[in-house]
Ligand binder design. Structure first.
Ligand SMILES: C[S@@+](CC[C@H](N)C(=O)[O-])C[C@H]1O[C@@H](n2cnc3c(N)ncnc32)[C@H](O)[C@@H]1O
Length: 301
């Protein structure tokens, strides 16, 4: 993906500046401790649910994770034959982003559309999340739609508060009628959260089964999860195995065609191509590549 600069706006919005002024320094230190807390929650205390509704948690996510996760959707789709998705990606297409938080996946998707489907100028997007990210999401719409997709393009959007875990036992969630009409469903980096809420691999898989059941024929689902390693227990969250299972289940329960398969070996990876800002490099360094597993499927009938 071409070089992009999400951090410029985020830094300004938070008010992060390199200076000797004690107030500025205190803000940087505060954010740095919140970023470290969040990193530890992902890497050490998996079992704990993350307080995504808290302003500090959201700020930490925007500084450290959001910029680096924009490209995941782009790199995932770029490896799919455009012919295979032609029919589903169209003018006025309806997309659902599940567990999107501030929705970095939207901007990777728009960058992909810009390069591969330049004729599309309007999409309708629905965001389903258990937590309220509306302020940051709005900030991102205002600053990034044009930057990633170009001028004259329109994203209609609607926010829905919705607990995806309920899908393991019921279809009666508000999102279902919209999911049934969607051309594209994206669920990126939400698997671990769903698993830690349910504590049960069978229920976790049922959530995905029921999502796929709800999809209309011809629609596409993209499931992405970054690789998570627990530094204390030495365990990986079994992203690859879970996606293999979801793929096999979707193919045997429904008529699904795999458009991009889960890796059988190492995760896919990329180095985020984002413009560096000294205040981020010096205080919130992101080390290494983003490693992730991804599965893209079309429901055929
Ligand atoms: C790690 S963030 C991922 C955000 C974004 N998709 C990304 O790739 O950066 C997980 C998101 O899932 C949401 N989430 C967690 N559990 C959920 C649930 N049971 N139902 C709906 N959303 C959930 C959180 O609020 C958060 O926005």
């Amino acid at each position: 993906m071409i070089q992009h600069d999400p951090l410029r706006h985020i830094i300004n919005n938070i008010g992060l500046v390199e200076s000797c002024n004690p107030i500025d320094k205190a803000l940087v230190m505060h954010c740095s401790s919140k970023v470290n807390e969040l990193k530890n929650l992902y890497r050490i205390n998996w079992q704990e649910q993350i307080e995504y509704n808290s302003a500090d948690c959201q700020t930490a996510y925007m500084i450290y994770y959001f910029p680096n996760y924009i490209e995941t959707m782009y790199h995932t789709l770029i490896k799919v034959e455009t012919n295979a998705i032609n029919g589903s990606f169209k003018e006025n297409m309806k997309i659902c982003i599940m567990g999107g938080g501030p929705a970095p996946e939207l901007y990777g998707f728009l960058a992909y559309l810009k390069e591969n489907f330049p004729g599309i100028k309007k999409i309708e997007s629905h965001f389903f999340d258990k937590n309220n990210w509306e302020n940051w999401r709005q900030f991102c719409f205002d600053n990034f739609i044009e930057e990633y997709w170009g001028s004259g393009k329109i994203v209609y959007y609607k926010h829905h508060i919705c607990d995806l875990c309920k899908l393991h036992e019921t279809y009666e969630i508000e999102s279902l009628p919209i999911i049934k009409e969607a051309d594209l469903l994206i669920i990126q980096n939400c698997g671990l959260d769903i698993y830690t809420s349910l504590h049960d691999i069978g229920k976790y898989r049922q959530v995905f089964n029921n999502l796929i059941q709800a999809m209309k024929p011809g629609s596409i689902i993209v499931i992405i999860d970054v690789v998570v390693y627990n530094v204390i227990s030495g365990n990986w969250f079994e992203t690859r195995g879970n996606l293999h299972h979801i793929r096999d289940m979707a193919q045997s329960n429904y008529n699904c065609t795999v458009l991009r398969d889960v890796s059988n070996g190492n995760p896919y990876r990329y180095t985020p191509n984002i413009i560096e800002h000294p205040i981020i490099r010096d205080n919130f360094p992101f080390k290494g590549d983003v490693k992730y597993h991804a599965l893209v499927m079309r429901k055929t009938t």
